[in-house]
Ligand binder design. Structure first.
Ligand SMILES: Cc1ncc(COP(=O)(O)O)c(C=O)c1O
Length: 391
């Protein structure tokens, strides 16, 4: 009998990739699903890369951990913006986007039989990475009525003798919740009490709203020894396609993650590393400008949602809103299919974030204001139609 493909189990991601596949039928799809930024990578970053590549031959390879100059820039940023004190020699690993960083920290931190405490819902790649590691995700519920805040007592109640790591994604994807500093402190105390690793994801740390404050768990005294933190140039510098992320954390775990990376992708592309060096060492005003852009788009999105009467968690960070469709009585997969087929709008149904989220959708606001407003009107129209028909 012939061998069969399909030994790799993926969960939520397949819901999204199924939709992306269907969207290929249309040439004019508006992306309100995947987090690919519509803004251009700032010109100074692209110019710096071109200049660097023309000026001299890039090295055949940098160490698997990454360009030493980039690791220094990452360590400087981690200290300046998030209070993380890391040694660029031993405590930084440059990766192929945040995505590889997610995979590597999970594989480095947990193995078969271990449990990872993860707020539900969460960025779906963690589910896949935890499954690949042979570990189990133990979901800690968050609720729309509580703006998807994480309750430390619910985390505590989910701990078992197998608990090995606690995932803290803040701002969270898809809920856009930001873990308040006092809650970060409470969660770190729980991790210390139960000897858990902390997997911290700071991907959206530059995009906060309504006065929300980001506290990176690894910056708390004593927490650095148990915290692996990931970040990426993708969102902050509109560099999703360049594939450049990084991990910071204790040297032993970084060594472990580096060993895994050596056996999979090896060092990250020198081109992407040059771009990230230019991004991190160049002018930062561009980040503030993008932040202003997202603030306006967020307002347009929440104003439109307020007109529908649907519930959503107050978006305190990131680039999306997570909306509860249950008052309208429609399934998120049906809505996503209709939007795609009737209006060529690609939007992610909550079903991709886990079985509990079939009546939710994530709306990303990664479109210019007029396009966004137009899409939101169409979404409102389809919802209205589906509700009227009792679909
Ligand atoms: C929470 C979170 N972590 C990590 C990533 C991966 O980022 P990258 O685009 O750099 O691979 C994403 C991407 O959307 C994300 O939302």
């Amino acid at each position: 009998m012939a061998q069969q493909a399909g030994r790799v189990a993926v969960s939520g991601t397949s819901v999204f990739y199924g939709l992306i596949e269907r969207a290929k039928k249309y040439s004019d799809v508006v992306n309100m699903g995947r987090g690919d930024l519509d803004l251009d990578t700032p010109l100074h970053i692209r110019k710096a890369v071109a200049d660097a590549l023309l000026a001299d031959e890039p090295p055949a390879a940098w160490p698997t951990t990454g360009d030493p100059a980039l690791r220094q820039a990452i360590a400087r940023r981690a200290r300046a913006l998030n209070g993380l004190d890391v040694d660029p020699e031993t405590e930084v690993l440059v990766t192929n986007g945040g995505q590889e960083a997610v995979f590597l920290i999970v594989q480095a931190a947990v193995g078969p039989g271990d449990e990872v405490l993860a707020p539900d819902p969460n960025y779906n790649t963690y589910a896949d990475a935890i499954t690949f590691a042979g570990a189990t995700r133990v979901l800690v519920p968050t609720k729309v009525g509580e703006d998807f805040r994480i309750d430390p007592e619910r985390v505590r109640a989910a701990i078992t003798p197998r608990s090995r790591a606690l995932l803290m994604v803040s701002p969270n994807n898809p809920t856009a919740n930001v873990i308040a500093p006092d809650v970060v402190r409470a969660l770190v105390a729980i991790a210390e009490e139960h000897d858990l690793m902390i997997l911290a994801d700071d991907t959206y740390d530059r995009f906060l709203y309504d006065g929300a404050e980001h506290l990176s768990p690894g910056s708390l005294p004593g927490a650095e020894a148990r915290t692996l933190t990931i970040n990426t140039a993708s969102k902050t510098y509109a560099m999703t396609g360049w594939r450049l992320g990084w991990i910071t954390g204790p040297a032993d775990w970084i060594r472990q993650a580096t060993r895994l990376k050596e056996g999979t992708s090896g060092a990250t592309s020198v081109v992407a590393q040059r771009a990230a060096l230019a991004a991190l060492s160049g002018p930062q005003e561009i980040v503030a400008e993008m932040h202003e852009t997202y603030k306006r788009r967020r307002r347009i999105t929440t104003d439109a949602l307020d007109r529908t009467g649907l519930r959503y968690g107050k978006p305190l960070g990131g680039q999306f809103v997570y909306v509860d469709l249950s008052p309208a009585g429609v399934s998120s997969v049906d809505l996503a299919n209709r939007l795609l087929d009737e209006h060529h709008i690609l939007m992610y149904p909550g079903a991709g974030f886990g079985t509990a989220w079939g009546s939710y959708v994530r709306i990303t606001f990664l479109q210019p204001e007029e396009v966004l407003a137009d899409c939101l009107r169409k979404i409102e129209g389809v919802l209205h139609d589906m509700t009227a028909r009792g679909a």
